[in-house]
Structure formats: structure tokens, C-alpha cells
Design a binder for this molecule. Sequence first.
Ligand code: 13P
Length: 257
Amino acid sequence: MRRTIIAGNWKLNKTTDEAVRFALELKQRVGSVTHCDVIVAPAFVALGEVYRAVKGTSIRVAGQNLFWEASGAYTGEISAPMLRSVGCDHVIVGHSERRQYFGESDETVNKRIKAALQHGLTPIFCVGETLEERESNRTFDVLTRQVVAGLEGIPAGRVAGIVVAYEPVWAIGTGRTATREQAQEAHAFLRALLAEQRGDHVAASCRILYGGSVKPGNVDGLMAQPDIDGALVGGASLDAASFARIVNYGPHASLAG
Ligand code: 13P
């Protein structure tokens, strides 16, 4: 009942020309899939052209971040209406790289999620613990803090439409994926937390993606878990064959091209 999402976060990669060429290749490989939503998140400057390249296919386009004000004297920022104007319908919020390198806090994540929702963008709200937090048994405390603060003041009806991405920091870009059991445990915890915070209906409809070294070789096991509703893919989303195989996970694998 929860529709799968496979999303590629291209991070700080690909010039606009490279992004468009790559998007056209993805269009060939996964542009007509129907079993899941496919989303790509190029750099801001490539969004408009990538959107035009994939328009009319199953591929959707997301921003990697947004600012909470719609306009004004905020040099260097990008707003929700700007993302909408270049074809985005999703936006990644609170990625651990933003939290780690750019001073993102739970409070600013909350403002960004509210701004996204206000302007009709679906936030892909990232949470996840560091290695130190996991090793000191604080994973569930950290996830609770991030979810409670990130969703503060957002009514249940809106939370139901938010996409959550569980991305353990120690698994991002390290090749060290969470095992399917570790990922399922965290996802089940997040779903129970959403139920406690906003009700069973919200928990049942909210999609929770796993991110952190998702590859063609591990996606099937992850996607077979009951609370894993999709993947947020970094490195492997930069290779068209790998990303296509991830989109065509598990029972859809025979269609990979
Ligand atoms: P990797 O797949 O490269 O580990 O990155 C995951 C990620 O951060 C997606 O947002």
C-alpha cells in the first residue's frame, strides 16, 4: 500500500551538460517503470534542464536542499517556489552532510520541512545516527530527537505525506551498509515513533527510505524488509546501470537493462 521510491542523490557531482546526458540515459533505462517512483536530485543549476530531459517519463526531480523563506535578502539561497518553478516536486531536507558540514540543526530542518510543505514540495526528511552514537547505544535517542524536533508543529495530515529517509551516517559513502536487520530495526523504530507522535494512520502511510551504501548487490535484501519502502542512493546513483538495477530491485530485476 506504500508505493516504493527509489531516489538518487547526485550530491556535488555532474555539470549541467553531464547531468542532462546522464538523465537521458536514465530515461532510456528506467523512464517507463511503473512499479515505483523514481526520483533524481541533481545540483541546483542542473535542475531545470534535467527536468526538461525527463519530462513526460516516470522520473521526478528533487532539490538537494532549500531555504525556508520564499524570497528576500538571503544571498546564495534557493527557495521552495524557485524549486517548483524548475519542475521539482520533492526536496531532500536535513541530509547528514548538511548537518555535518553546513551547520544544519533540527530547528532549521523543521523550518525547511514546513516551507517545503507550504509550497507543495514533498520533503525527503533525512535522519540517522553517527557511528559514535550507535556504538554508545544512543541510536534510538538520536532518531527520536531528530524526528520530534524535525516534525514539530506539523499536523498529522501533513506528516503522512512526508518521506522519511533513514541514513545512518556511518554507512554513507563508506561501502559499509547497515545489514538488512539493522536497517529494518531502525525503520520499525521510526514507524512506531511516528505512530506514537501522530497516530497509526500516519505511520502506516509514511514512506521510510533507507540510505547508506545502497548498491545493486544489497538492494534486494534491504527492499525485502517490511518497513523499508525504498532507497535514497548516493554513489551508485551516479552510474546508470547500477541505478537502473537498484530501481529494478528484487522481483523486478529481470527487467533491468
Ligand atoms: P551513498 O549511497 O554514497 O552511501 O550515499 C547515501 C546518501 O547519502 C544518499 O543521500
